[in-house]
Ligand binder design. Structure first.
Ligand SMILES: NC(=O)c1ccc[n+]([C@@H]2O[C@H](COP(=O)([O-])OP(=O)(O)OC[C@H]3O[C@@H](n4cnc5c(N)ncnc54)[C@H](O)[C@@H]3O)[C@@H](O)[C@H]2O)c1
Length: 414
């Protein structure tokens, strides 16, 4: 392991800083590096994170990344983190097919794990991860999953409105997560390869809105009633290296010239579902929804009120109070930047807006609080929780392929 200015420190689970090891240095590697470096600046934590070591694949790039983002050491062998005494938690920020192997090895080595979403590319991998998490939990080792949108103040506030009964009985959940970077010019990144990603827009985007719907309503999906899966772009250019951007920008072409390969994932998945307490729901994810760049939307209609959230206006929550007399009813746009809104008071004065990275900073802070024996501001998903989202993803895919309703109880047995 290459060392920058590393101090040897003894790992302790009860006091002192929490040593973090990160695997993955691209999109999420950068988002999480920001989070670990800023969490203790915005939150007063009992145990602050320290950025012990980062694991990448290319030695030069990983060393440069470590210096730039503040990691004390770097390695090209992620397994080095397993035996590194300064690492107490491993942050798995790699493509989906690696989540199970890496997370399970880390848990078995006694490291807490914060894994990116979706929990895994396949239900079988997700089950193995839950079993490893259950075994680790008995030894005090904890798991977390980066469903970061829960920590947008507006989303956390919507969750509290429902919890406090302000929406009453919920009738409808209407969620869509629409992007438009997946056109024919986007190369065959890992995100379009079924053996690496598990699925396409579905596991990437529907995973987030299923988690948000479960989180805000406090309810669980019991059945996927029907579903459509579509791959619009069947072939994409094969590349030598991805360039590190979600759209493949900066990708280097394959050495053998212009070769194309088959995309083996969906570009879009739409499905209908039922919740346990009676709500009915629609979910839609697409990477070809032209004009929608990162439109993560959820609307929930209850008997006493409704909420609407759109990540492209992430500081706002729209609220309809149906308990008002009819002449006063109307949509209000709540700027969720007041100190009374969840997380907002940790950042800037009211109406000084926050952005994408604050969701990750808030999650890193909550993870540190939980490891130190405290509570998160709002619930943090662990592997067991993220498995419920994985079951809904699987039910939707089975429903699309087998053209039938799929109950969740068909999938969640071990
Ligand atoms: N929470 C979110 O909003 C969000 C957003 C984007 C991606 N993600 C998830 O984060 C994960 C990573 O996505 P990304 O966008 O950062 O992908 P990316 O392609 O930008 O980066 C993947 C990283 O993993 C590394 N990697 C791949 N194989 C490796 C190996 N064998 N050993 C060590 N490192 C390896 C790559 O070198 C790269 O640094 C995925 O699970 C994805 O679904 C979550």
């Amino acid at each position: 392991m290459a060392k920058n200015d590393r101090e040897k420190s003894v790992r302790t689970t009860s006091a002192g800083p929490i040593g973090i090891g990160l695997i993955g240095t691209k999109f999420m590697g950068r988002a999480h590096s920001t989070a670990w470096s800023k969490a203790s600046q915005f939150f007063d934590l009992k145990r602050n994170p320290v950025m012990s070591a980062v694991a990448g694949r290319n030695p030069d790039e990983t060393a440069v990344f470590a210096t730039k983002w503040g990691w004390k050491a770097s390695t090209t062998n992620w397994r080095d983190l397993l035996t590194d005494d300064t690492v107490e938690l491993v942050d798995v920020s790699t493509p989906n097919h690696l989540h199970a192997e890496m997370s399970i090895a880390c848990l078995e080595a006694g490291k807490h794990v914060a894994c990116e979403k979706p929990l895994a590319g396949t239900l079988a991998d997700a089950k193995r991860m839950v079993l490893a998490a259950r075994a680790a939990r008995k030894k005090g080792v904890q798991t977390f999953v980066w469903y970061n949108y829960r920590r947008c103040p507006a989303v956390a506030f919507a969750h509290r409105l429902v919890r406090d009964g302000r929406l009453g009985r919920i009738f409808h959940v209407r969620a869509s997560y629409l992007q438009d970077w997946g056109g024919p010019d986007t190369p065959l990144l890992w995100r379009f390869q079924g053996d690496l990603a598990g699925s396409g827009a579905h596991g990437d985007l529907n995973a987030h809105i299923i988690d948000m719907a479960r989180f805000i309503t406090g309810d669980e999906v019991t059945e996927v009633v029907g579903s459509i899966e579509e791959t619009f772009v069947k072939e994409r250019a094969v590349i030598a290296s991805s360039g590190g951007e979600i759209s493949g920008k900066g990708a280097k072409s394959s050495s053998s010239g212009r070769k194309s390969g088959k995309s083996t994932v969906d570009d879009a998945v739409l499905f209908l579902a039922r919740f346990k307490q009676g709500a009915i729901a629609s979910f839609e994810a697409s990477r070809l929804a032209t004009g929608n760049q990162n439109r993560n939307n959820i609307e929930i209609n209850g008997e006493k009120g409704s909420i609407k959230f759109d990540f492209e206006r992430m500081n706002e929550l729209e609220w309809w109070d149906h308990t008002l007399e009819p002449k006063l009813r109307g949509w209000s746009r709540i700027m969720c930047t007041d100190a009374a809104h969840p997380y907002a008071g940790h950042y800037w004065p009211a109406a000084h807006l926050i952005g994408y990275e604050q969701g990750f900073i808030s999650q890193a802070a909550d993870i540190c609080a939980v490891i130190a024996g405290g509570s998160p501001v709002v619930a943090l998903p662990d592997f067991e929780d993220a498995f419920k989202t994985q079951c809904v993803l699987e039910a939707a895919i089975r429903s699309a392929r087998e053209r039938r309703p799929v109950p969740i109880r068909e999938l969640d047995k071990f």
